[in-house]
Design a protein around this ligand. Structure first.
Ligand code: PLP
Length: 445
């Protein structure tokens, strides 16, 4: 089938996620193949994968070891249900995940997407208190601008207006505290912002702790809310407050996990030990839809007993624990170990930091926020006043369209351009990517 026919069919039959279809029709992109950190479209154009195919690709595309692991598993079995029965790769993967996760996480509950892993975390935390007979603890605390997925439950604990507003009456109410964003605060003193943020949380906990089941946070860095980094000490402070007020700490590592921030998990930056931790995206190296919610024996035991006690956790989807996905995840973790990928990622992050200095000096770059290989570049009309561009200009979007023309794919978050290359990108490839990033921003601003 020729490219034009494929495009016509896509227009006729498809509806793409988080996409206004008129944008797609104006600037269509149909990917046909990938190799390393490059993607190729149906016309044969090549693009560097500047956002790791939406923050999940780790080793590049068509990594031999992962391909081989999937093929091998395919010759054994592709899928059997996890409801009431374990399977071999899911057991082996659970052990490996517990080995690399922070203590005291000791149990793995599988699912198929980041959103579902957080949905599970919310249900688990809620039912934990119900099973313990503490019936009043039913609410959740979350940070402004948080994003944990697009299902009804995860939208309820998320607070990005543009995505959530239309559904307001469909969602349950969460208690929202302001995210301590240094760039958007009137004080530029990180410690002032941190202490103020923690004080606001303490005030909320003091008033409401008897009603609060859990607090959910993205780990160290908010993704979809604009790539905002927590000030130093904030996550550790949140952990301490959760302990003090007996609130379960849910840390969302869906975007930040698997080396993306220069540590295997971002909680390691502050030695934080969550009660529940979610992961997805990079868990299979970006190959297949596997996610997991990890928790502690304390939480697990509140669900453990005879069926008649009615403490069972009633959650589970058809494809949960899929063998192909778990086999890919096992191969992924093996590559992490063999190639010392986390250390590599933190060296590459230093290099990217140097490269981004030139971008920082551009007239309309207000802020660059980087943790490891997760970077957000905020474009503003006026760097002095931080006045944004009029939103209808869609400066972030326009800049990424230009980047695509120049040979790199990424997606913006409003006027924050995301740069999140695969961990396996070489120094040379990183250099090329940042050059395109710069040219795209210059063109659009
Ligand atoms: N949590 C965080 C922090 C995310 O960044 C995302 C997606 O970007 C999700 C959850 C949802 O993951 P998924 O798109 O796999 O459902």
């Amino acid at each position: 089938m020729n490219p034009q026919q494929l495009f016509e069919k896509s227009k006729k039959y498809m509806w793409l996620p988080f996409t206004q279809m008129t944008d797609y029709e104006r600037d269509p992109l149909i990917i046909e193949s990938g190799d390393g950190v490059r993607l190729k479209d149906i016309y044969g154009n090549e693009y560097l994968d500047g956002n790791s195919s939406l923050w999940l690709n780790v080793h590049g595309h068509r990594k031999k070891e992962i391909n081989d692991a999937i093929i091998k598993q395919l010759d054994t079995i592709a899928h059997s249900t996890l409801l009431g029965a374990a399977n071999v790769p899911s057991i082996l993967l659970a052990e490996k995940l517990i080995e690399i996760a922070p203590e005291p996480l000791s149990r793995v509950f599988y699912s198929d997407s980041g959103a579902e892993s957080v949905e599970i975390a919310v249900k688990m935390a809620y039912q934990y208190w119900q099973n313990k007979g503490i019936k009043g603890k039913t609410k959740f605390v979350t940070l402004s601008n948080g994003y944990h997925g697009d299902t009804v439950g995860t939208m309820s604990i998320g607070s990005i207006e543009i995505y959530h507003k239309v559904y307001t009456s469909l969602l349950f109410d969460a208690l929202v505290v302001p995210f301590p964003s240094v760039y958007h605060h009137e004080s530029s003193d990180e410690q002032v912002v941190c202490q103020e943020g923690l004080q606001l949380l303490r005030d909320l906990f003091e008033e409401h702790h008897e009603e609060i089941a859990g607090m959910s946070v993205e780990s160290m860095m908010q993704g979809a809310g604009g790539m905002n980094i927590m000030p130093k000490g904030y996550l550790k402070g949140v952990e301490a407050l959760c302990r003090e007020f007996d609130i379960l700490l849910i840390v969302d590592e869906v975007a930040t996990g698997f080396g993306r921030t220069g540590k295997m998990f971002a909680v390691e930056h502050e030695d934080v030990h969550p009660d529940i931790m979610t992961m997805a995206k990079g868990i299979t190296g970006g190959y297949l839809p596997v996610a997991a919610t990890l928790t502690t024996e304390k939480v697990y035991e509140a669900f453990y007993g005879e069926y008649e006690e009615m403490k069972t956790f009633f959650h589970g989807h058809s494809y949960t624990g899929n063998q192909l996905g778990c086999a890919a995840a096992l191969a992924n973790l093996e590559i992490f170990k063999n190639e010392k990928l986390v250390e590599q990622a933190s060296q590459k992050a230093e290099y990217v930091k140097e490269l981004l200095q030139e971008v920082k000096d551009l007239e309309h770059v207000g802020d660059i926020r980087q943790l490891g290989l997760m970077c957000g570049i905020e474009l503003v009309k006026d760097c002095q006043t931080k006045e944004p561009f009029p939103w209808e200009l869609r400066v972030g979007y326009q800049s990424t369209l230009k980047m695509r023309e120049l040979g790199m794919i990424t997606r913006p978050l409003g006027d924050v351009v995301v740069f999140m290359p695969p961990l396996a990108a070489t120094f040379e490839e990183l250099k090329d990517m940042v050059e395109i990033l710069k040219q795209g921003i210059i063109w659009a601003t």
